[in-house]
Structure formats: C-alpha cells, structure tokens
Design a protein around this ligand. Sequence first.
Ligand SMILES: C[S@@+](CC[C@H](N)C(=O)[O-])C[C@H]1O[C@@H](n2cnc3c(N)ncnc32)[C@H](O)[C@@H]1O
Length: 255
Amino acid sequence: MAELEHVHHCTPDDHNHGSPAHAHGHGHGHDFAAANRAFFDQHAHEHSHRHDDAHSRERSVRQVNALRKAWPELFDEDSTVAMDYACGTGLVSQQLCQYVKSVVGVDISQASVDLYNTQASNQGLAPEEMRAVCAELKGEPGELDGLKFDIIVCCASYHHFPSITDTTRVLASFLKPGGSLLVADIKSSEDGRELFPATHHHLVPHKHGLSEDAVRAAFEGARLVGFDMRDVFQAKMRPTGEEVQWFVVRGVNPG
Ligand SMILES: C[S@@+](CC[C@H](N)C(=O)[O-])C[C@H]1O[C@@H](n2cnc3c(N)ncnc32)[C@H](O)[C@@H]1O
C-alpha cells in the first residue's frame, strides 16, 4: 500500500463543525464531533496507561466475527484492502487485520490514532499492514491519497455521527466498485426508549439507537445497493447495564 503522505495531524480547528450544515437538525447546533474528539482524546490518554478494557475488546471480537459470519467472501487475507472508520484505539482493526491484507484506520481523535499506531508497531505490524491517520473525511478527490477500499468497516460509531446520511455518502465515495460498507451498531428498541443515558447525550445524537429504516435511508441516499441488515447479538450497555440489540449491515457500491 502506498504511504499516505498528504494526511495532516488533526487540530481543534479541523473539527469545528459549527457550520449550519452540521448543526441543522442535530442537537440544536451542538458540536458533536468536537465533543467526541475531546472525550475520545481524553479516553485514549487514560487507556495509554493500561490495556483497553475486556468489555470493549470482547465487543470488537464479536463484531468482527459477526461480519465474517454474515459475509465471509469479503475477507481475503491476500487481497482485501480495508478501512476501519472511527477506528478509535484500534480494537476492531486488531481483530480485522488477520483476515485482510491491510487496514487503514481513520478517526478524528489524534490521541486515539497515536495509541492505535503505537500498539500496532509494538505488535510488530508494518504500517503497510495496519496504520491509522487522524482525518476528517469529506469525500473530496485526493483524500487519503486517493486510496479506495474493498471494505469499509465502522463499528460502534454510527450513533456518534450527527448525520448518518452525510457520513454514509462520504464513506461510500471511498469504496472501490463492488466494495462494501459494513456497519455494526445498536438497534433502536421497539418501544422507542432512550438507550444511552443522559451522561452520554453530548456525545450521542442517536440516543435511541438506530432504526433499520434510518440506516436503509442513509445507505440508499449514498446509492449503495444490496442492503442487508441482520441482528447479531445482544449485549449489556456498560453505563446502564441494559441489554441492547446489535446489528450488522452491508451496502455495496455498484460502481
Ligand atoms: C465508541 S468508539 C468506537 C471505536 C472503535 N470503532 C471500536 O469499535 O472500538 C467511537 C469512535 O468514533 C469516533 N468519532 C466520533 N465522532 C466522529 C466523527 N464525527 N467522525 C469520525 N470519528 C468520530 C471517536 O473518536 C471514537 O474513536
């Protein structure tokens, strides 16, 4: 894989989403991206002193296994070029990398990206196999040096995105023709209750989880085809102890 030469380090100004386009209809102008960046930078600093906790690691294993079980043909260790979007400190990439040729992690939190790369290098992984960059993708030509991907995986992060329609459109633009966007997240409950506690509302615009209809609309808006969403497992939400339903979903870039 070519080196990513034109990716700059994130600065606070990169993440000023105070523009009307980002604020409109999502939390009354609250800057979710900035709040997430601050939170996950702090989180990564805390985690740099200890191993990522077992709960998050187990969740990542279950998600990657669920994706492989649902669509085994997408994972080829000799050829699959993968992006892990909103990669955080790399829990998902660390699982994924054994089943694909290469993984590029992308996140808005520089501290998370730094920890991702330190851990990858400590494990003896070459940057060509697994590396992360701090970037805010906009879907413009030349981003990530023009790299396109066979699969883009995004786990436990869609509920953080102010507009899943905008994010899906951007991610779809990084897929090769025939490439797949794979998302794992928390499904909204039938009774429509809030699944995320008030302590997380500044980080989570989708505090009820995500409905199949909302995800389908975002995928179709990005012109992805072959929409395939599956319930995969239930797990306890750490802050509340409540069981929630996780789903995986696939959409394909028809080219
Ligand atoms: C719950 S963590 C999940 C990390 C990883 N995918 C995993 O499953 O362990 C959510 C991640 O989303 C990132 N994030 C939040 N808002 C974002 C945005 N608007 N754009 C890109 N990344 C974002 C955060 O920095 C954080 O690393």
